[in-house]
Write a protein that binds this ligand. Structure first.
Ligand code: PEP
Ligand code: MN
Length: 362
């Protein structure tokens, strides 16, 4: 990873006040009235730092509203002048970057459909050379952490130091309740790899429906995200894009006031002592888990040798079905979900097979 200490902490970005950073505004800029009225109401909430609006919209199918284009940038500039909110929009080409910068846009983001394409990201990065603007990179629509990191590296290499990411979930072919699968572990892994990178959650595009906004936002706060990007419209039912997932500024106020904010650090020594004690218990259990897994694999290897000598195949489906069914039933009594046991046992089983295969081919 080339990214080291040159990422400006969010606390030094001009428009950041406190956690969580709130980026609110409509999916798309539609008309001057809609932009100005939404911004007026968002300003009134006193909750948002940045006003967002899509100017160029990458739509899945043609003949849909593809964004108002350059005229909308004038409205964003007006929002900044009239309401003192920082303004942000999505860019996907060199032209978008130049136009947005001309109108004094404070925050640019790279959309999920652009983040998948290294040529497009590089074009945006080249246009950003030597520019001092904040840039957020959305996760690519496919769950590929390396691709996401690649896009971050390209923008970072262009000299952008106010850089961060937006987690907006991942497409899937299966129909799920959410519009996009959160795959939280991908964002968590990104955080582990580049801890100093500010991370914003976009519950609007993850959920795809206003009913999910609160639970996703709360989860993001509990995972210590730095902020939220929430699509907000003065009249969501009439929105020209993403109508189902947009809320009114009043609903935004209500949503944010219901969020419980926990901090990642504490200096209460009693709390820290107890936490330290509990964590050492966890470490002990983790060590035990590893020891047990090691022992289990050793037995699997012995079985492998035994099967080899007797010319028996590794996989014996009926035995495996039995193991999983028994484990799920037992797990249930211990408060462990069937989904977890299924995943855990499949992983353990695969590792056993790998060990046996190695032994058999020795
Ligand atoms: C958007 O923010 O309106 C948008 C198009 O998002 P995404 O790139 O996440 O689909
Ligand atoms: Mn949208």
């Amino acid at each position: 990873m080339v990214i080291k200490n040159e990422i400006n902490p969010l606390s030094s970005w001009e428009f950041y006040k406190e956690r969580p950073l709130i980026i609110a505004g409509p999916c798309s800029a539609e008309t001057e009235e809609q932009v100005m009225e939404t911004a007026r109401q968002i300003k009134e909430t006193g909750k948002a730092n940045v006003f967002r609006a899509g100017i160029w919209k990458p739509r899945t199918r043609p003949n849909m509203f593809e964004g108002i284009g350059v005229p909308g940038l004038k409205w964003l500039k007006q929002v900044k002048q009239e309401y003192g909110l920082a303004v942000g929009t999505e860019v996907a080409t060199e032209k978008h970057v130049y136009e947005a910068l001309k109108y004094g846009i404070d925050l640019l983001w790279i959309g999920a459909r652009t983040a998948v394409n290294p040529f497009a990201v590089q074009e945006v990065a080249d246009a950003l050379q030597g520019v001092d603007v904040a840039v957020l990179i959305k996760n690519p629509i496919n769950p590929d952490l390396e691709l996401w990191i690649g896009a971050i590296e390209r923008i970072h290499k262009a000299g952008i130091s106010k850089i961060g990411v937006i987690h907006r979930g991942f497409s899937s072919y299966e129909k799920t309740a959410y519009r996009n699968l959160p795959n939280w572990q991908i964002a968590i892994e990104l955080r582990r790899r580049i801890p100093e990178l500010p991370m914003i959650c976009d519950p609007s595009h993850i959920g795809g429906d206003t009913i999910f906004l609160h639970e996703i936002s709360q989860k993001a706060m509990d995972l210590n995200y730095d902020g939220l990007m929430i699509e907000t419209h003065c009249d969501p039912t009439k929105a020209w894009s993403d109508a189902k997932q947009q809320i009114t500024p009043n609903e935004l106020t209500e949503l944010l006031s219901r969020l419980i904010l926990r901090t990642a650090v504490s200096n209460d020594s009693k709390f820290l002592d107890l936490l330290g004690e509990l964590r050492s218990q966890i470490d002990i259990f983790d060590d035990q888990l590893l020891d047990i897994l090691e022992q289990r694999m050793k037995v699997a290897e012995t079985i492998g040798k035994y099967k080899k000598e007797n010319n028996i195949t590794i996989l014996q489906t009926s035995r495996w079905d039995q193991i999983i069914r028994k484990a799920i039933a037992k797990g249930d009594k211990k408060g462990l979900s069937a989904e977890f046991i299924d995943k855990l046992f499949k992983a353990v089983h695969q590792e056993s097979i790998n060990h046996q295969t190695k032994v058999m081919n020795e």
